[in-house]
Design a protein around this ligand. Sequence first.
Ligand code: ZN
Length: 306
Amino acid sequence: MDWTSFHRLSDIYSYLTYLADNFPDIVKLINIGWSYESRPLYVVRISSASSPDTMPAIWIDGGIHAREWITPAVATYAIQQLVEVAGNAELTTNLVWYIMPVMSPDGYEFTHTRNRLWRKSRSKAALFCRGVDHNRNFGYKWGGLGASRNPCAETFRGSAAFSEQETAAVSKFIQDKSTKIKLLLFKKFKVFISLHSYGQYIILPWAYKALYPPDYDEMLALAKNAALKFVRFKYSVGNTAELLYPSSGSSADWAKSIGIKYTYGVELGDTGTYGFVLPPSQILPICEDFFPALKVFADKAATMTR
Ligand SMILES: [Zn+2]
């Protein structure tokens, strides 16, 4: 694995398998389900805690939109840093990381083989048009503003909330983890980050409408602290619907709605010079710039016991 080129899904999955085989004490590869075209959906669990199930957890996903190639790259870079860099060991002692580098593996492969700018899943909902926007398919305020009912649209919401195997698998995995732990009066996930590109924003709920959750100020303060860590690239912080546009059925809104306190979307670089089609020379600078910001979120999660 390297971060000087964009990789096919098989490279990414081989790297995850390599890590699970070679670092069995801290890395566990979890197959949470299957995509529409029968590709495995992998989540990597990283922790050096002796009883990870009682530890606070952070969720990070990449590749929810197929053409946003920088997001699986940043997710795998974070995995590499946490597992293979000894200096980062303390980040895995009081926190469990669940990282899903490619939420939409079918779409991701399609962008490599057929259409570089494909955004959606590859499921067949209509005769002529394929694909659902995974980030309009989650089950909170599904079907509202900024989500299309037209199967040919880029923002097609799907036939129902969680109609896609990929979003259904993710929500079930997160909810199962939270429910089991709830018996211990402990909500496992503290931070939820969905990676996107492009624009250089950290965006906060709600996305379905320009409204703030009651604890918005706390969420904003943490995001601003994280944004201070960016050196090469400057990130703006704010409410999703205000800073960008309303979008209902997003993963971050859903995560917030089930009680995960700190939920964000991160729009990685650049700001539009290359947009989705970044030159590979930009991968490492964006990854290196993001990791210190990610540590700010992780440090917060690790200190939350309830
Ligand atoms: Zn996106």
